[in-house]
Design a protein around this ligand. Structure first.
Ligand code: F6P
Length: 336
């Protein structure tokens, strides 16, 4: 049996570990042949592929990024269909011509939506949830998230010394797209005093009061962790906006840091390596059992799978009853 594998959407730590998990299981355990597809769905449009062998897989476990390359190609996007070029049909045809029994799609929400549409067309697809945002519905965690949280937490730790030395407010902006998972987990792990999430509305005056109250209690500096997706005036970067608004409200010097793509770079941590390995192996098992149209997922300690039709188009967002929000509030942390 010959299978294809592609990586689509934003890169993150752990993609190569997933590729390794899929391919080593497929080659060693099931005797499959694996075709690596370059640059996500674009590679299927262009039949830009390579055969993956054991030697292609060495040194992948702790390598950041994706050896296959990625793109944000969305074949079902209306503008694509409007050009008269039927990209989905071309891709389905190329999958047949390449002799692929199934394609493993590693990607975020956009990829899961595309995978579900191909599954509806009768193309054999199995998908693996991938994103640092952790906003894919149906899985407790996606690989990439824990490493991004570790990177952001380390950055927040480093801000405490400069904030206390200068008696400043330090605002750090973390990624997460429309979800606040990275801000919540790194903000709590990094000892944030104020944590702003897209899911919880904030009032800059209340934030100012929190910071002033800290000064009155003899804590002349504060750490503010903000998710990139929170509401602002839309004219400035989130961190710049919040820092300037806080300085205006409190009169305390405030500075901003935008952590950016560092959260997506470098080697995955051990949790993400093992999660990626487990999900990759499980995806191959689904193919061996000819269970197509499904996404692997983490539920508690178990790797399960869900129909893509149940996952596509849904976002998993932070809720106010999340344990970290409840616990943080009890400890006096301001969520806006
Ligand atoms: O989805 C991962 C992510 O890093 C988001 O957190 C961020 O908003 C987005 O990708 C950035 O997209 P791009 O890599 O296309 O700039």
């Amino acid at each position: 049996m010959k299978i294809g594998i592609l990586t689509s959407g934003g890169d993150c730590p752990g993609i190569n570990a997933t590729i390794r998990g899929v391919c080593k299981t497929a080659i060693n355990h099931y005797g499959m042949e694996v075709v690596g597809i370059h640059s996500g769905f674009q590679g299927l449009l262009e039949k830009d592929v390579e055969i993956l062998t054991e030697s292609s897989l060495s040194g992948l476990l702790n390598q950041g990024g994706t050896i296959l390359g990625t793109s944000r190609e969305k074949p079902f996007k209306k503008k694509n269909l409007a050009t008269g070029i039927n990209k989905p049909a071309i891709i389905a045809e190329h999958i047949k011509e390449l002799g692929l029994e199934c394609v493993v799609c590693i990607g975020g929400n956009g990829t899961q939506k595309t995978a579900a549409k191909f599954a509806d067309m009768g193309v054999n697809i199995v998908s693996v949830p991938k994103t640092i945002d952790n906003d894919i519905w149906g899985t407790d965690f996606s690989f990439g998230f824990d490493t991004a949280v570790s990177i952001a937490t380390d950055a927040i730790d480093r801000l405490h010394s400069t904030a206390s030395s200068h008696k400043r407010v330090m605002v750090i902006e973390v990624m997460g797209h429309k979800a606040g998972w990275i801000a919540l987990y790194s903000g709590m792990a990094g000892g944030g005093d104020v944590i702003l999430l897209p899911e919880i509305p904030y009032d800059i005056k209340r934030i100012g009061e929190t910071i002033i109250n800290r000064v009155k209690k003899g804590k002349p500096y504060s750490i503010v962790v903000v998710a990139e997706g929170i509401m602002t005036d839309g004219k400035r970067r989130v961190a710049e906006y919040i820092a300037q608004e806080i300085e205006y409200e409190t009169g305390i010097e405030s500075r901003e840091t935008v952590l950016g793509y560092i959260q997506r770079g470098g080697a995955p941590n051990s949790f993400d390596r093992n999660l990626a390995t487990r999900m990759g192996g499980h995806a191959t098992e689904l193919i061996a059992n000819r269970e197509y149209g499904r996404m692997v997922a983490l539920k508690g300690d178990d790797i399960i799978s869900l129909p893509l039709s149940e996952v596509a188009g849904k976002l998993k967002l932070v809720t106010e009853d999340h344990d970290l929000v409840i616990q943080g509030r009890k400890m006096g942390i301001c969520f806006g």
